[in-house]
Design a protein around this ligand. Structure first.
Ligand SMILES: O=P(O)(O)OC[C@H]1C[C@H](OP(=O)(O)OP(=O)(O)O)[C@H](O)[C@@H]1O
Length: 276
């Protein structure tokens, strides 16, 4: 059955956008729509042009036998600034202040639209890299890890604070939490990450960095390579156990007495490549 061009454009866009980074051979499309590859290429040029003009990302064509086309989600600098302004505005709400210099963030993590946009921002930073898995620690980092992994077309591995019989054999390390000098354990099931994987660490919040540090040390046991660290919010800490990371927002000062929070953009644009 032959498809009209307008119907092909809608269907191809749907298929490409729902599987970011997945290569789809042109032959698959030619067969599905009963049309020549040359028409498919013209269709793809139209889709690429519109997506790129809207700052939604781009289509990347890989030539050759194992070639094809894939959708690469990217967020433009202007859109990213919009998300960061919204995030900083919401973070500045003094009702978030918790004892110990922590902030209540679960409402933000419960906002799928915001988490989806943050996942797209983190995926923009690493769009050109090979990421075998996004790694986070239970619990609040989990939504961000899924959003990031979805936009990178990769998987998620969740580090747990204790080992469960339902995880099979696990690797466990002990780490000192920077902020509260507590000994904490970090566990990851052997089955959840292949040796030598290249991973992206994601978490919602970084204070002393002890949690991220714990994940880095645990990943060393899997001989994994950490391609990067992305956190939604970083908050001031005397010592910082991790210094190479991307953050979207920075809490500069939490004044419990006057109930004010000073919030600014994180280090994203200072460091972030890939934003035009
Ligand atoms: O940089 P650090 O000083 O280590 O603190 C950052 C930790 C603390 C907090 O997790 P918790 O609220 O302890 O745990 P959960 O995510 O399960 O709520 C946050 O999600 C980071 O993982």
């Amino acid at each position: 059955k032959k498809w009209r061009r307008s119907a092909r454009l809608v269907d191809m866009t749907r298929l490409l956008i729902q599987e970011p980074h997945k290569l789809i051979p042109l032959g698959t499309f030619a067969e599905r729509y009963g049309t020549a590859k040359s028409s498919i290429s013209e269709d793809l040029d139209i889709i690429h042009e519109v997506l790129e003009a809207q700052g939604a990302g781009a289509l990347e064509t890989v030539s050759g036998a194992a070639g094809g086309v894939r959708f690469i989600p990217r967020m433009s600098r202007a859109q990213t600034e919009g998300v960061l302004r919204d995030l900083c505005g919401r973070l500045a709400d003094p009702d978030r202040i918790l004892p110990g210099g922590y902030l209540y963030l679960s409402d933000l993590l419960g906002d799928p639209a915001l988490i989806r946009e943050i996942g797209r921002i983190f995926a923009t930073l690493f769009a050109e890299e090979r990421i075998d898995a996004v790694v986070t620690v239970e619990t609040k980092g989990i939504p961000l890890a899924y959003a990031t992994a979805t936009h990178l077309g990769t998987s998620v591995a969740i580090v747990r604070r204790d080992s469960r019989v339902t995880e099979g054999s696990v690797v466990t390390i002990n780490a000192v939490s920077g902020s509260s000098r507590r000994i904490r354990t970090f566990s990851l099931a052997r089955r959840s990450l292949k040796e030598g994987s290249r991973v992206l660490i994601v978490d919602d919040f970084m204070k002393a960095g002890g949690t991220v540090r714990g994940m880095v040390d645990l990943l060393a046991e899997f001989r994994a390579e950490v391609a990067g660290v992305c956190v939604m919010v970083e908050s001031p800490a005397r010592e910082r156990l991790v210094d190479d990371y991307f953050s979207l927002a920075k809490v500069d000062e939490i004044d419990v007495k006057s109930r004010t929070i000073a919030v600014s953009f994180g280090n994203l644009f200072a460091k972030g490549v890939g934003f035009q």
